[in-house]
Structures are given as structure tokens and as C-alpha cells.
Design a protein around this ligand. Structure first.
Ligand SMILES: Nc1ncnc2c1ncn2[C@@H]1O[C@H](COP(=O)(O)OP(=O)(O)OP(=O)(O)O)[C@@H](O)[C@H]1O
Length: 240
């Protein structure tokens, strides 16, 4: 579904991606981990076409460019539009397609329900929702058009561990029922275990380790070990 071959990207003289090769199969949930500055966001931006890779190839569903209509995105911090009520945030793309406002609102309410928010939240503004509810609303927006590919950028950042667990479980359930292909960026190992079929660890511009979630425990890769144990000592520099 998503294939990257030897993707390079530098900013000025700074090599961020130095030959990334990665495959995500249809319906698979890939989680990308790696230290701060490892290039996780740049990688996603290259796939989305927001940043042009210097060399290498990226194909999504056999095409060199991702089709905007086919992907959803949950941004870090939910990134809702403050000036729009929750339902308009969720139905944002539907409102641009010319369907009636009533129809768009019905769709928004159905999606809000799917993420555990009752209909009375539809007319509220994002600032009136708690952080966890905003994250749910962001998730509702990401799935609103039933996209075949969804990107999750640090979906649990800023949430307490219980709410993080709830969001992880929702993400897993929803992507499974939609059959969507997903790429998630996270620092949160609990998310990795809850969401991932496959894990890719970025380090020094390359995929340092990749494997199934179940293979993490048996790995002796020192970079992966340092990351999952949150150790200050190891091959990954802590001055970044
Ligand atoms: N537009 C840009 N111009 C210059 N440098 C950039 C640009 N975008 C990213 N970088 C650099 O690329 C490197 C990787 O950044 P990126 O945001 O992908 O890291 P990350 O792995 O997502 O980190 P974090 O976990 O902290 O979010 C950083 O050193 C960053 O400064």
C-alpha cells in the first residue's frame, strides 16, 4: 500500500533521512518510533507530499502522490479549529463537498458517537472540551470521510495514562473495523503495544530496526533496547 525506497532528505547540510526503505501493507498498522529529531515527522511529511524528498521513491496505492481525499490525519494536540463548533470541525471536508449542512451535521454526530462523544457536544466549541474529548473529536475528524489511510501524530501526547489507554483502544478498534492502513508516530511504548502490527525505529536517518510488536521483547538491538527502556546510556546520543 505504502512503499518507500531509499528515501533521502536533507535540510541545508543536515541529513535527516538517509536512505529510508519501508513497506506498509494494506490494512496494516505501522508505528514509527525514534528519538526526538530522528526524522519521524519529516518522514510522514514526505509521504503526504508536504515535503519533497531529495531522492528515492514513495508510492501510495501504486501512485507517486497521495490522494488527498483518501487520507485522514490526527494531529498532535488534536489541532481543531477554535472558531468552529465541534461538528463543523468533524465534517470539515464534507462541508466543502456541497452536501447539505444537515447531512454534514448528521455525519459528524455519527462519527462523534463512534469515538464516545454524545450528540450534545456537536454544537460546543473545542475550548469547551477537555483534552481527552478534543482528542476524540480530532479522531472523529480523521475518520469522518472513511479514509483508506490514516496518520496519527503522537495521538496520546498530553493525555493522562487512562485517557491515553482509551484513545489507543479506540484507534485500534476503529482502524480494524475500517480496514484502514495507518502510520502512527509515537514516543509512547504503551501506544506501540496497543496499536502496532509492525514497528519501525528510525535512527540516524535510517530504519534501524523493524519487526512485529511481538518481536520487540526478543530483540537485542541496542538502539531499540535503549529506546524502550528509556535509558540515558546507549548508542543514541542524548544531546539533540
Ligand atoms: N522545514 C525544515 N527545515 C529545516 N530543518 C527541518 C525542517 N523540518 C525538520 N527539520 C529538521 O529535521 C530533523 C528531524 O525533525 P522531525 O520533526 O522529523 O523529528 P521527529 O523525529 O519528528 O522529532 P520529535 O519526536 O521531537 O517530534 C530535526 O533536526 C529538524 O530540525
Amino acid at each position: 500500500m505504502i512503499h518507500l525506497r531509499d528515501v533521502h532528505k536533507s535540510f541545508g547540510g543536515h541529513k535527516v533521512l538517509d536512505g529510508v526503505t519501508l513497506d506498509v501493507a494494506k490494512g496494516e498498522s505501522l508505528v514509527v518510533i525514534g528519538g526526538s529529531g530522528a526524522g519521524k515527522s519529516v518522514l510522514i511529511k514526505c509521504i503526504l507530499g508536504l515535503v519533497a524528498a531529495d531522492s528515492g521513491t514513495i508510492t501510495v496505492d501504486g501512485k507517486p502522490k497521495i490522494e488527498f481525499a483518501h487520507f485522514g490525519m490526527l494531529f498532535q494536540g488534536a489541532a481543531l479549529f477554535d472558531s468552529l463548533p465541534v461538528w463543523q470541525n468533524v465534517a470539515f471536508r464534507h462541508l466543502q463537498t456541497g452536501i447539505s449542512r444537515n447531512q454534514a451535521k448528521d455525519i459528524a454526530i455519527a462519527k462523534l458517537r463512534r469515538v464516545g462523544l454524545s450528540a450534545d457536544n456537536a454544537d460546543k466549541y473545542p475550548a469547551e472540551l477537555s483534552g481527552g474529548m478534543q482528542k476524540r473529536a480530532g479522531l472523529a475528524r480523521a475518520i469522518a470521510t472513511e479514509p483508506s489511510i490514516i496518520f496519527f501524530d503522537e495521538p496520546t501526547t498530553g493525555l493522562d495514562p487512562i485517557m491515553a489507554g482509551v484513545i489507543n483502544r479506540l484507534i485500534r478498534e476503529i482502524v480494524t473495523e475500517m480496514g484502514a492502513t495507518t502510520i502512527t508516530i509515537t514516543h509512547d511504548m504503551t501506544s506501540v503495544h496497543a496499536i502496532a502490527d509492525k514497528v519501525a525505529m528510525l535512527h540516524a536517518g535510517k530504519v534501524q530496526w523493524t519487526g512485529k510488536t511481538s518481536e520487540i521483547a526478543a530483540s537485542d538491538d541496542p538502539h531499540l533496547m535503549q529506546f524502550i527502556h528509556g535509558s540515558a546510556d546507549g548508542p543514541i546520543s542524548t544531546v539533540r
